[in-house]
Design a protein around this ligand. Structure first.
Ligand SMILES: CC(C)(COP(=O)(O)OP(=O)(O)OC[C@H]1O[C@@H](n2cnc3c(N)ncnc32)[C@H](O)[C@@H]1OP(=O)(O)O)[C@@H](O)C(=O)NCCC(=O)NCCS
Length: 209
């Protein structure tokens, strides 16, 4: 069970089915704000939907194909961050996230994201981590920028957001660049990096239908 105390106020913990009520309550209370940039909000209509989502993330994790965490700030659920699908052939993944609106502006997501990037490189042995967001989602784009990711380009109309398609700006971090910028105080010490990818990375991954 993944759990990480980022500092004395912020904790990441792998989502559990018992989180469904709290997570659904956050989504339900912030629909207009979340649906500006997240495509799944309208489809989340009950605790049952959130429970199904969490079960999917647990199945993904069991298949070594992702990790989704609830973020708590001073003991209160603040949002979700996750690694969604892992391309074990190319050793790459993508991070996604959302935060309740009243907890924005405190650096919670930047710190959570830093911890998950550490996990992706140090624990999973991945080579590349991407973060994608629409050009207008300035707060989301600021996170990879703050963490030193490189802007690599823009995919045209790559995401369907309800009644329209939006472009995706792609930011990426390579493990060697992350390693070079690690500073004291990061969650995973430099000497925790495995020298070689873990054996499971040799397996060919077949994407889910
Ligand atoms: C994207 C989202 C998570 C960004 O939230 P956020 O609060 O701006 O991000 P952080 O928690 O990293 O906080 C950064 C802010 O805190 C400030 N901050 C304070 N202390 C900080 C610290 N120690 N480290 C970093 N930033 C800090 C930063 O200056 C920044 O404020 P600013 O925007 O006024 O410059 C949030 O807007 C959201 O959930 N949006 C809706 C869902 C969404 O768009 N998800 C992404 C889809 S691609």
């Amino acid at each position: 069970m993944f759990e990480c105390n980022i500092d004395d106020r912020i904790t990441l913990k792998m989502l559990e089915v018992s989180d469904a009520e709290a997570i659904f309550a956050l989504v339900d209370a912030s629909r207009a704000y979340l649906r500006q940039w997240l495509p799944w909000v309208d489809a989340t209509q009950s605790v049952h939907d959130t429970r199904s989502f969490i079960q999917c993330t647990l199945d993904q994790h069991a298949e070594e194909n992702g990790l989704s965490c609830r973020i708590t700030f001073q003991g209160h659920v603040a949002g979700v961050i996750g690694i969604d699908r892992i391309d074990w052939t190319n050793l790459l993944t993508e991070i996604g996230y959302w935060l309740r609106p009243d907890y924005q502006g405190r650096g919670i997501m930047t710190k959570s994201c830093r911890a998950l990037v550490n996990y992706a490189f140090a624990e999973l042995g991945l080579h590349r981590v991407e973060i994608r967001a629409a050009p207008g989602n300035v707060k989301s784009l600021a996170i990879p920028q703050r963490l030193g990711f490189t802007r690599e380009g823009m995919l045209r109309e790559a995401e369907r957001l309800y009644d329209r398609f939006v472009d995706s700006v792609v930011y990426a971090m390579l493990r060697r660049d992350w390693d070079a910028t690690l500073s004291p105080g990061t969650v995973v010490p430099r000497d925790h990096y495995p020298s070689t990818p873990r054996p499971k990375t040799d397996r060919m991954r077949v994407p889910k239908p």
